[in-house]
Design a protein around this ligand. Structure first.
Ligand code: HPA
Length: 248
């Protein structure tokens, strides 16, 4: 294990670069699970050391269902990371969550399929054996608490809990699918929360998500979902997410 930073940020859509982040080193190491989305960058932001990984790759080309989540999480563990703060752009199902709002989810419903979703798959090179992780509380409550405290300090009005429905993508949902997710208890919807959170738990890495609402979910806004509008809300939300990181 290296003596490097112990906390990683996984940047999603809108975080191809972290403003203010100065990388001193990038490390592209092979993993037993194939290629990482991008070489993890080791550097400094707001007076602290971090590892930064771009979930969708350097040029934002890898769609949610093709991300090698196992390689990404493995590479961070291998770099000595003990906790991960994952950024995520999401749609709002709960009408109380406006665009550019920050949400710290506390629960997950996984609707993804066909993604390599476990390190305990009975294959050579894996950490070994059969393991059923506890996932009752899918996020680290300690890390969620620290993020909420930092949000308060930064004056960012973050929603302290939400159920995150993770869909397969890359298409957005139908209005009826969103109604169904709401009946299931979901407040926000995105495409990358799983299997990332479970893989982190499998390797005993503390994991929490800072979600940014970038659109009302399908059927909840006016008309269709506009990618140009999403980009604008993402930028507004990203500023708040970074303010939280600076106060963490
Ligand atoms: N649905 C799924 N994923 C998303 C959305 C959405 O509305 N917005 C951002 N990511």
């Amino acid at each position: 294990m290296s003596g490097g930073p112990r906390t990683a940020i996984i940047g999603g859509s809108g975080f191809q670069r972290l403003p203010g982040f100065e990388a001193w080193r990038r490390e592209n190491k092979a993993t037993p699970f194939g290629e990482v989305s991008d070489a993890p960058a080791f550097g400094r932001l707001a007076g602290r050391d971090w590892v930064f990984l771009r979930r969708h790759g350097a040029e934002h080309r890898i769609p949610p269902h093709r991300i090698n989540y196992r390689a990404n999480i493995w590479a961070l563990k291998d770099a000595g990371v003990e906790r991960i703060i994952a950024f995520a752009a999401v749609g709002a199902i709960d009408a109380g969550l406006a665009v550019s709002r920050i949400v710290i989810p506390n629960q997950i419903i996984d609707y993804t399929w066909g993604r390599a979703h476990t390190f305990f798959d009975g294959q050579p090179g894996e950490p070994g054996g059969l393991k059923h992780i506890d996932f009752s509380r899918p996020y680290s409550e300690a890390l969620r608490g620290q993020i909420m405290a930092a949000a308060n300090q930064a004056g960012v009005h973050a929603a302290p809990a939400a159920v995150y429905a993770v869909t397969q993508g890359p298409r957005l949902e139908s209005a009826a699918e969103i109604d169904r997710l709401e009946r299931a208890g979901a407040d926000i919807v995105g495409m990358t929360g799983m299997p990332e959170a479970a893989l982190a738990r499998e390797l005993d890495i503390e994991y929490a998500t800072i979600a940014i609402v970038v659109n009302p979910a399908a059927g909840r806004g006016r008309g269709t979902i506009d990618m140009g509008e999403i980009a604008g809300h993402l930028e507004a939300g990203a500023g708040k997410a970074l303010a939280i990181i600076a106060n963490l």
